[in-house]
Design a protein around this ligand. Structure first.
Ligand code: MN
Ligand code: MN
Length: 462
């Protein structure tokens, strides 16, 4: 049951197409280092492709027809694209869903202090990180500061070549005897991830002059005061751009493959649909997956069913709750999230014949979870049978996998939340090396096959 490496079967045309998707994906990664930036990129792409804002359609009382394309932006942090199909919504829709938040370090509300002529920003990390990986590296600051009058100030520091970067210092090896004897999980602490912001005192300032200099610069460039940080969301992320990886350029090294690689494959897949697809197709990009899909922009919130309700109201003669429930129950979904790629250097945590191998195509995980599938969706065999047929009929390279050996650990996705509606859902994604590290690795063939697989699913699943 060994699956084949997709590269072996590509002709020149396929490789040109693969490199096109890869280049556009690298640009998407560079432009989208936070969930807010990914939503902005998705909106720009959608509008370029003829999508209109669902809210505007609702406000205008505009009737929607098969072939119409709308997007619904939830608080600028999650987004859904809908391409209306020929079949009534009641019969269900085809959904591909991914998340656009990634592990990072967030700035605290009261962050700034000065110690021994160095100005710092205190932080609270977001998602599952190995803290030691985030020290001694260039970080950029991305986010928003909202002033009391409601003005939203966008912040990006460290992406332009001429920008300064910031970062967290590490203890020198010469004095690290005690630190090096600690467990990896304790060598660097969460409270120890304070970001160096400055090192030069402000002229004429007596007290905390270095911090004063940093605040003066923030005020000069962005017009913000220290107190404005109370209503801000600033994320420290790796400052590097995504790069081709490996001498053969077969892979991509970058920040946030989890799960922007699936998100981007979905966005490209939506662009391949016929003018009027058979079923309505949806690309769903959720926030907050890395902290449990919580909050108003996480998958547990109701924005997806709210958007479906609006679509029913704009396409049916009268709105009915029963029609909405049927539409949700009859839908089919790929919950698209990255999978752990088999790493020969850490082979002992994988069960090789049920591991995702880089380059062997888009991966399907019947279940995820940990300790006996706990927290897993565990897709129905009947649905997997249909998905297999769609993939094979469309010449997609695909494989199946579990996230490591049974007793070693595990993880979850948004699949179980969408399954609550009674729809068919299976996990599917791109395999990643160094998942959740500041720089993760994927194989371009897996990105390309995910794009092909999601396009095939949207078009043909029923
Ligand atoms: Mn993920
Ligand atoms: Mn993750």
């Amino acid at each position: 049951m060994e699956r084949e490496n997709a590269w072996k079967k590509y002709n020149a045309e396929a490789i040109a197409s693969l490199e096109g998707v890869s280049a556009r994906y690298r640009a998407f990664l560079d432009g989208g280092k936070t969930e807010r930036e990914c939503v902005k990129e998705a909106v720009a792409l959608a509008e370029k492709n003829g999508y209109i804002d669902l809210e505007e359609a609702v406000n205008a009382g505009r009737r929607l027809q098969p072939g119409d394309k709308v997007y619904s932006n939830c608080m600028g942090k999650s987004i859904m694209l809908f391409h209306l199909g020929a079949t009534p919504l009641e019969k269900g829709i085809n959904i591909v869903g991914a998340h656009i938040d990634s592990p990072r370090i967030d700035i605290k509300q009261n962050p700034f202090y000065e110690d021994t002529d160095i100005a710092y920003a205190d932080t609270h990390y977001y998602g599952g990180i190995k803290k030691y990986q985030w020290v001694a590296r260039a970080l950029a600051l991305h986010g928003v500061v909202v002033k009391k009058d409601g003005t939203v100030v966008d912040i990006v520091i460290g992406e332009d070549e001429n920008d300064p970067v910031v970062g967290v210092s590490d203890l020198l090896i010469h004095l690290a005897q005690e630190q090096m004897g600690k467990k990896l999980s304790e060598g660097v602490t969460g409270e120890g991830l304070d970001i160096i912001m400055g090192g030069r005192p402000l002229d004429g300032e007596e007290k905390e002059a270095v911090k004063a200099q940093m605040l003066a610069l923030l005020k000069e460039r962005y017009g913000i005061e220290e107190e404005d940080m109370l209503s801000a969301e600033i994320e420290a992320v790796p400052a590097e751009k995504a790069r081709d990886f490996g001498l053969d350029r077969s892979m991509i090294l970058g920040y946030g493959h989890d799960d922007r690689v699936c998100a981007y494959a979905q966005l490209e897949a939506m662009q391949t649909l016929p003018a009027v697809p058979k079923y309505t197709c949806c690309c769903l990009l959720a926030d907050k997956e890395e902290i449990g899909s919580v909050g108003a922009t996480g998958m547990r919130a109701h924005y997806f069913e709210n958007a479906m309700a609006e679509l029913i109201a704009l396409t049916c003669d009268s709105y009915s709750e029963l029609t909405l429930r049927r539409a949700l129950k009859n839908s089919r979904m790929l919950s698209c999230d990255v999978s752990a790629g088999f790493d020969p250097l850490y082979a002992n945590v994988f069960e090789k014949k049920n591991a995702a191998i880089l380059g062997r195509g888009v991966c399907f995980n019947k279940f995820t979870g940990s300790r006996g599938k706990s927290g897993s969706n565990d897709a129905n065999a009947e649905f997997l049978g249909k998905v297999r047929r769609v993939m094979d009929d469309n010449g997609v390279f695909w494989q199946t996998a579990e996230l490591g050996k049974v007793d070693v650990g595990g993880g979850g996705t948004i699949a179980y939340i969408c399954a609550l509606y009674g729809m068919e859902v299976v996990d599917s994604g791109v395999s990643v090396l160094s998942m959740h590290a500041p720089q993760e690795i994927i194989n371009k063939a897996d990105l390309y096959e995910a794009f092909k697989g999601y396009a095939a699913f949207l078009k043909d699943a029923e």
